[in-house]
Design a protein. Structure first.
Length: 303
């Protein structure tokens, strides 16, 4: 515990205005202490959102200038956002002072990991049994927007699956990648020049259907355009041909076994899910998300 507190005392510092350079990636943030009371913090957050500066999102700096004695930064998101957050006027120019804190991605990830570790130590203090029953998982992608965002830290129950828990339709589930998904991860990692990734991280999706609930197995069909149906009922609409997930869609038709699930991401344009690699088996279910513990401003039950 003492070692962890010592580590927390040397956390990365926010970037000064002079640390923002054209072509670099930065992450604006806000915390309760940055805005005074809660009302002031929420007002400040709304100002950021209105300007297109979303806390916790990676931004690419396109220009840095000085106007009226202050630094102005021209930025655009470093990756595609969920549709309701996208704007037609990227890049946006905002004063450096609009965001209380700016971090590099590396510094931001260090902060998240450090606070997650502190929370984990708190849970460990409850006892070894609790530690073996719960774990913390950092969400690595945008596939579950808007319900769960990139870099959210979830508290996960990992005992229930061992005791026979079967997630219901609509519930979130963490799982180990099936072989087909593992192969997609391996190819993507190799194509990006990162070697052959092993795809061992846990994945988060939502249950769209499960086998064993009806007298006859549900019939699942995935179409070339990304649309999907169960017993003829549409569960996913077609995606645009240029959407990130389009090249992974694997047209198929299969009967859903009693121990299997169809899982989908809420952000259908980017989620590599059962449309791409087929059903999820019960043996691959690894945990049930309970709470979002970070960021603090969105602490609560995750649905």
């Amino acid at each position: 515990m003492l070692i962890l507190l010592t580590h927390m005392s040397v956390l990365p510092k926010p970037l000064p205005a002079s640390g923002l350079t054209k072509g670099s990636t930065v992450i604006p943030t806000i915390a309760r202490r940055d805005g005074g009371n809660v009302e002031q913090m929420l007002r400040k957050r709304e100002e950021m959102l209105s300007a297109g500066l979303y806390p916790g999102v990676d931004y690419l700096i396109e220009d840095v200038s000085t106007q009226g004695g202050g630094v102005v930064v021209s930025v655009r998101p470093a990756y595609d956002l969920v549709k309701k957050l996208e704007r037609s006027d990227w890049p946006v120019s905002v004063p450096f002072s609009l965001a209380p804190r700016w971090y590099t991605p590396r510094a931001y990830n260090t902060l998240v990991a450090s606070f997650a570790a502190l929370i984990a130590v708190g849970w460990l203090a409850v006892g070894a049994l609790l530690a073996s029953a719960l774990t913390l998982s950092v969400v690595p992608s945008d596939s579950m927007l808007p319900a769960v965002q990139r870099r959210d830290v979830l508290l996960v129950d990992k005992v229930s699956p061992r005791l026979g828990w079967r997630p219901e339709s609509g519930e979130l589930v963490l799982f180990r990648p099936p072989d087909a998904l593992r192969e997609i991860v391996r190819r993507q990692s190799a194509a990006a020049g990162g070697g052959e990734g092993r795809g061992e991280a846990l994945f988060l999706k939502r249950i769209a259907a499960r086998g064993g609930d009806a007298a006859s197995p549900p019939e699942v069909e995935v179409f070339p355009d990304g649309a999907a149906t169960i017993d003829g009922r549409r569960i996913r609409s077609a995606v645009a041909a240029d959407s990130p997930v389009a090249r992974f869609v694997a047209p198929t038709r299969f009967s859903l076994a009693d121990d299997a699930y169809v899982v989908l991401g809420d952000n259908e344009a980017v989620s590599v899910d059962s449309r791409c690699w087929g059903p999820l088996r019960q043996r691959e279910v690894a945990g049930r998300p309970l709470l979002r513990v970070l960021p603090p401003g969105r602490f609560g039950v995750v649905k």
